[in-house]
Design a protein around this ligand. Structure first.
Ligand SMILES: Cc1ncc(COP(=O)(O)O)c(C=O)c1O
Length: 414
C-alpha cells in the first residue's frame, strides 16, 4: 500500500471534523448575515463561537486584554462596504480579530498588501518589507508584486541550517520598514524560526510582525501575543481541517486595507458570504489539534528519528536544514549519487512524498537553493511529512523503498 508521507502538502480532513461540519451544509444552511430570522442568527452564532474558539486556542480568548472585545461582532458589516480602504480598526475597536479567508495564501495577501495599501492611504512614508529568501511563495509573490509597485523588498538570506541571522535582520530594519514577515515553520525543511526574538526586535521599533503560521498552527505551541506576532496566517487543510478555509489573526489594532470588496462582511475587511461549514470545521480541527498536539509531536518525533536513522544508515544521505529546532513531523534529505527525477519515479509506487522542486512548477526549490544546495542536489531531495495516521510500519516501508531505489539507481561500486 502507498504510504502517505506528504502531510506538509496537505492533511486529510479528520472524520470528526467532517461530522462537525455536516449539519451546516444541509439543515443549517442559512447565511450568517441574515439577521432577521432565526436560522441566520444560528449560523451567525456558530461563526462567533468558532471565532472565539480559534482565538482561544491562539491564546487570544475573549476577555483577554488582547482578546475579542465583548459585545462586538466582528462579522458585522461596517460602513466601508463601498470598498474604500477604510476597513481598518485604528479607531475604537481595540483587541484581537480573526478574519476568515480561503486559506493562508489569501491571509498572507491580506496582511501584506493590506498593510501596504493602508500605509499609502494614510499618507505614510514606510515602504520597506523585510522577509526571508525561504518564505513560501504565498509570501514572496505578494511582496514581489508590491516591489513592482513602488515598495522595497529586502529578502534576507538564511544560513545553511535554514535559520535567519538575527544580526542581519536587525541591521535591515529602519524607520522605513513597514512590516517584517517571517514564517513560523518552513514548509519544505520544517525549521522553526526564532519568533520571540524577531517579535522583540519588531516591538522595540514598533514595526508590525507578520508570521505565516500555515505549517505551525496546530503542530507547535504558538501564542502570537506572547511572541510579538501582530498578524498570523493559518490554513485549515494543514491541520486536519477542510480545504478552502484559513484565517488571519490580528492581535493588535493595525490599519489594514481590505483586498476583497463587496458586501462588507467581516468588518469590511474581507467581503463575501462566510462559509459556515468550513469555519465550524476549522474550529473543530483546531480543537482536535490542541487536544492531541503534545502526544502527536512526541510520537511523530520518535518516528521521524527512526526514519532518519534508517536513511542515514543507507549512506550518502544528508539532512537538509537544522536538525533542531524543527517540526517533529518533518524530514528533508538530499540523496547523493542519484538523479532526482529517477529517484522520485522509483519511489512513487510505494511512497507519496515531495521532491525538491517548488509545488507543481518543476523549478528547483528556492528553499533548498537558499541553503546552498545545487540544482541537482535539490532535485535529488525528498521531503517526508509525517502525520496523525503515520505508523511505524510506514516508516519501515519508507526506508525500504529508498534502499531499493538506491540499489537500482546508484552505479555499482567497482
Ligand atoms: C508556509 C505556507 N504558507 C502558505 C501556504 C498556502 O496555504 P493555502 O493552501 O491555505 O493557501 C502553504 C501551503 O503550502 C504553506 O506551506
Amino acid at each position: 500500500m502507498l504510504a502517505y508521507l506528504d502531510h506538509q502538502a496537505t492533511t486529510p480532513c479528520d472524520p470528526a471534523v467532517v461530522v462537525a461540519m455536516a449539519p451546516w451544509w444541509t439543515e443549517q444552511f442559512a447565511n450568517p448575515a441574515s439577521r432577521l430570522h432565526r436560522p441566520g442568527l444560528l449560523a451567525a452564532a456558530a461563526v462567533d463561537q468558532a471565532r472565539a474558539q480559534i482565538l482561544g486556542h491562539l491564546g487570544l480568548a475573549a476577555g483577554d486584554p488582547n482578546g475579542q472585545p465583548n459585545g462586538d461582532r466582528w462579522g458585522d458589516p461596517i460602513s466601508d462596504a463601498a470598498g474604500n480602504p477604510s476597513g481598518d480598526f485604528t479607531g475604537d475597536r481595540a483587541g484581537a480579530r480573526l478574519i476568515f479567508t480561503s486559506g493562508a495564501t489569501e491571509a498572507n495577501n491580506l496582511a501584506l498588501k493590506g498593510l501596504a495599501e493602508a500605509e499609502l492611504a494614510a499618507g505614510g512614508s514606510r515602504r520597506q518589507f523585510v522577509t526571508l529568501a525561504t518564505e513560501h511563495r504565498a509570501v514572496l509573490d505578494p511582496l514581489r508584486y508590491l516591489a513592482r509597485h513602488g515598495f522595497q523588498l529586502t529578502e534576507l538570506p538564511v544560513g545553511g541550517d535554514g535559520l535567519v541571522d538575527l544580526g542581519q535582520l536587525e541591521a535591515a530594519l529602519g524607520p522605513e520598514t513597514l512590516v517584517v514577515s517571517v514564517m513560523a515553520a518552513n514548509n519544505e525543511i520544517g525549521v522553526l524560526q526564532p519568533l520571540a526574538a524577531i517579535g522583540s526586535l519588531c516591538r522595540q521599533r514598533a514595526i508590525p510582525f507578520h508570521c505565516d503560521g500555515a505549517q505551525a498552527v496546530g503542530h507547535i505551541a504558538l501564542n502570537p501575543a506572547e511572541l510579538g506576532i501582530d498578524l498570523l496566517s493559518l490554513s485549515g487543510h494543514k491541520l486536519y481541517g477542510p480545504k478552502g478555509i484559513g484565517a488571519l489573526a490580528i492581535s493588535r489594532p493595525l490599519a489594514l486595507a481590505p483586498q476583497l470588496h463587496g458586501g462588507g462582511q467581516q468588518g469590511g475587511l474581507r467581503a463575501g458570504t462566510l462559509p459556515v461549514p468550513l469555519i465550524v470545521g476549522l474550529a473543530a480541527a483546531m480543537e482536535l489539534a490542541q487536544a492531541d498536539r503534545l502526544e502527536r509531536e512526541q510520537r511523530l518525533g520518535t518516528l521521524r528519528e527512526q526514519l532518519w536513522q534508517g536513511l542515514e544508515a543507507l549512506g550518502g544521505i544528508r539532512r537538509n536544514g537544522a536538525a533542531s529546532p524543527r517540526l517533529a513531523h518533518n524530514l528533508n534529505v538530499c540523496v547523493d549519487g542519484v538523479e532526482g527525477g529517477a529517484l522520485h519515479r522509483a519511489l512513487r509506487r510505494q511512497l507519496a512524498v515531495s521532491g525538491g522542486s517548488a509545488c507543481s512548477s518543476g523549478e528547483p526549490s528556492h528553499v533548498l537553493a537558499a541553503l546552498g544546495l545545487s540544482r541537482l542536489e535539490a532535485a535529488a531531495s525528498i521531503r517526508f511529512g509525517l502525520g496523525r495516521s503515520t505508523s511505524a510500519t510506514e516508516i519501515e516501508q519508507a526506508i525500504a523503498a529508498v534502499a531499493e531505489a538506491l540499489s537500482q539507481l546508484r552505479a555499482p561500486r567497482g
